[in-house]
Write a protein that binds this ligand. Structure first.
Ligand SMILES: CC(C)(COP(=O)(O)OP(=O)(O)OC[C@H]1O[C@@H](n2cnc3c(N)ncnc32)[C@H](O)[C@@H]1OP(=O)(O)O)[C@@H](O)C(=O)NCCC(=O)NCCS
Length: 198
């Protein structure tokens, strides 16, 4: 299927069995920490509560360096080409283009290994940029590990501009990119058939 057939969907029961299979295969939706086992345990304990936890807005989160910090408003999307393909998430500070220092970037993504190299991450980032624009952001920051060639390429294809390097305790050095959302840049337009929930 072409990347044009890729949708962003809210995590839900339809794709949950494939999400579970992906965790079982060792895929982690969090690229900073391997959380596949932890999520698998929670999912199997209570599927409904697990789904609800993916979209919760309250409480705290644990950073890569082990700090417990307030959770920012966020949206989690599953990538759907008819099957579960991966995740993309977007977090932000309402009314601001800036982020607290403990948040490396506005947008993260991870594609399951068997759906890679089809343009899905590139397409998904473009769709999430449209969501960010819809939320009123004028600029987003995205980071990737210095040696993550694939992610770097995904960001550059979405008009990312390299602005520097982030050196942060407990994290690997990261390349920092900005994407200007005011120029119509950052990803393809959403076609009517797409279902990016905003
Ligand atoms: C990074 C990642 C999301 C890319 O997903 P993807 O769907 O395969 O990406 P795309 O198909 O859109 O590919 C984008 C570009 O990266 C290139 N690419 C993909 N995988 C690559 C690899 N393993 N090595 C080198 N280049 C790669 C593609 O060829 C493409 O560039 P091109 O069209 O110029 O050749 C995926 O590899 C992944 O989930 N990795 C683990 C999690 C992660 O690193 N997330 C990003 C955190 S910042």
């Amino acid at each position: 299927m072409s990347p044009g057939g890729l949708h962003l969907v809210v995590p839900g029961a339809r794709l949950l069995p494939q999400y579970e299979e992906a965790l079982e295969a060792g895929w982690s939706p969090d690229t900073e920490r391997d959380i596949s086992r932890e999520q698998l345990t929670r999912l199997r304990r209570n599927r409904r509560a697990f789904l609800a936890s993916l979209t919760r807005q309250d409480g705290t989160i644990l950073t890569a360096s082990g700090r417990e910090v307030p959770r920012l408003p966020s949206q989690v999307f599953w990538l759907d080409d008819g099957e579960f393909c991966g995740v993309a998430d977007f977090r932000f500070v309402p009314g601001s283009d800036l982020l607290p220092d403990y948040v490396p970037g506005h947008i993260g993504y991870s594609v399951v290994p068997w759906k890679r190299r089809r343009g899905y991450a590139t397409r998904a980032l473009g769709l999430v940029l449209n969501v960010a624009r819809g939320r009123g952001l004028r600029r987003v920051q995205i980071t990737c590990d210095e040696d993550n060639t694939a992610s770097r390429s995904v960001i550059l294809k979405n008009r990312g501009i390299l602005t520097g390097t982030r050196l942060h305790e407990g994290e690997r050095p990261k390349l920092v990119f900005n994407i200007d959302l005011t120029t119509g840049g950052g990803g393809a337009a959403i076609t009517p058939s797409e279902r990016a929930p905003i």
